[in-house]
Design a protein around this ligand. Sequence first.
Ligand code: GLA
Length: 733
Amino acid sequence: MIQILENERTFHLQTTASSLILHVMESGHPVCLYWGGKVDGDSFSYIVKEIKKASYLSGTDGNQAFRLEQYPLLYPAYGNPDMRTPAFLFRYEDGSRITDLRFQGYEVFHGSRKLDGYPTCMDKEAEGIVVKLSDRAGQAEVWLTYTVFQDYDAVTQSAKVFNPAKTSMVVEKLMSGCISFLDDRYDCLTLTGAWGRERHVNREAIRQGLFVLDSKRGASGHGSNPFVALVEPGADEDNGNVYAMNLVYSGSFEADIEVDMHQNTRMMMGINSFDFAWKLDGGACFQSPELVLVHSSEGLGGMSRSFHRFYRECLMPKRFAHSCRPVLINNWEATYFSFDRKTILALADEAVRLGVELFVLDDGWFGHRDREDSSLGDWTAYEAKLGGTLESLAEEIHARGLQFGLWFEPEMVSPDSHLYRSHPDWIIRVPGHEPQSGRNQYVLDLGRKEVQDYIIDSLDRVLGSAGITYVKWDMNRNITDIGSAVLPADRQKEVLHRYMLGLYRILEEITGRYPDVLFEGCAGGGGRFDPGMLCYFSQIWTSDDTDAMERLEIQRGTSMAYPGIAMGCHVSACPNHQMGRVTSLHTRGVVAMGGNLGYELNLLELGETEKQEIREQIAFYKHIRDTVQNGILYRLKSDGQEYAWMYLAEDGSQAVVSHVRVLARGNTVPKRLKLAGLSRDSWYEVTVAGEKVGNSDKSRILSGSSLCSIGLPLSVPEGDFFAEQWIVEKLHK
Ligand code: GLA
């Protein structure tokens, strides 16, 4: 709901549990009055106060007592007496960088508005407001759009700049949104890491100065995620205020958190302004991507549950947002590039016997690709290797009762390819410099329409031919040598953003043509796990690191913002190919059941006992799949040594509880694990996973209150990497 108050100068944006209050000061500068738990009231401007004695601050508009730097400005500018980090920066033809934005008016709308060219959160029940600002010298106009998704406790924000003049101007920075707080006692929570250890939770107290979290890689990246939260120091999983931002964008981004000398905090996020500039001809406009704001007064758990529900309902492809995902086998770690038709079919035969539903043929099926140094861009089947056409292989897979899926890396080209030989100028590079290759490949210039069309046509040809119901869309290198053969000198800083817009056009087109194909995003593992991708890819490969212990922190961090149904999680071989670590098949299964379960190991090398265990794992997963994929997540423990999480079905009928202890410790006594979210007045049958539900020797009837207050008794670990799992079924008493 949006309330317009105080002579149309105060806008109260309300979700079910939160309030965001914007106010326009007499000077026409908009401020962020409040963001937090829901409040009631019809006047709020009384809290805008000046500190008359603050020294060394300049006055504004000739008024020495009006010091802009004291205020929680909503969309702060550069070049006025507010000397903090600005949310935007424009350069005009005369070399000036001063823009003086003041309130011009507002417009309220119903439903959500699709942002042109961008993935956007959509809901017809949403309500929005556009706050219109214009420069006093008439050089630019900026519209800030806020959309309120009341039932999901989320608000989105974006900015659009217009050039009303006849001459051109340059947008050097345009953050999607900015929020100001009159306090500095927060921890900053980010999801950082590297390849193989993506999205580890990092929490540190903020202090005076500027903290920047960013990516300059042309992708959101393995090292940083476009997510940042300010957390009250005492807040934990269940309690306390959390203020989170997540950018719906998959390219280079920037988050700035600044604590000023008056203990105020400013937090903003948007396209990375580093090496970015967008030329706006007279009359043109530029739109920022969308930023999601979630406030929770129920700690990190409450924040995550809001994000999960919001993304499932308002961002992910509708067709797959709630549909259970098939259990898959992927041949990558089973065979890498060395396979033939016989091996693939033998793997498929074994997979069917174990209960697998989808066969994914990973890299190496096209061109003449036997290693990573050829054929990207030539999306035609390698028939000599496949022992026939792709269609005939797909038919044989289908005949076994399996769906068939295929790997692509459409944004890339190998120097050894027909595509590169025909169009060497299609890559991102700078003339006069030998382009850098990464994994022996170049990046295509997706800003070019003919390149976009080539990718769309190539995929269309394959997808239209072989009964493919799943695509793994990979992207295995970051973008260097930023330059485009078709842009003039003064537009070269637009290349990375044009790339993203091109990618979104391709994805919009191809996922639109194949709405029933399940797309899984991937970028050398989890190098592009962000809301922008989630709008097209219903699941994303969480990390190339499939070691169960490594996955505990990766999946926990990912779950901060992204729902379980979006996480690809595989059981792989031991010793693990990335870590060399040995964990039991049971533990690997428990951890991979934290998201969408798949298998990525050579089933043909397994003994009967292991195959039987996998058969039982898959059968069990099918029983709990709906709860894991569509349920509500409670993180019960995560301290680096112990991880426990629980998925509760939306109707409360079933819960799946998992607990993993990393290293065993000497002389430990039995502990308990308290559950969450259950109805305290109801009764539940609790069964240890692997035992038959309803087997009275192995299951116990317990009340919701005892499960939440006393907890489940944990076993004393029988060695390192010890995992337990329970299924909790509600009884209708
Ligand atoms: C990337 C992916 C892997 C696999 C390989 C294939 O590394 O993350 O899962 O698909 O590419 O080359």
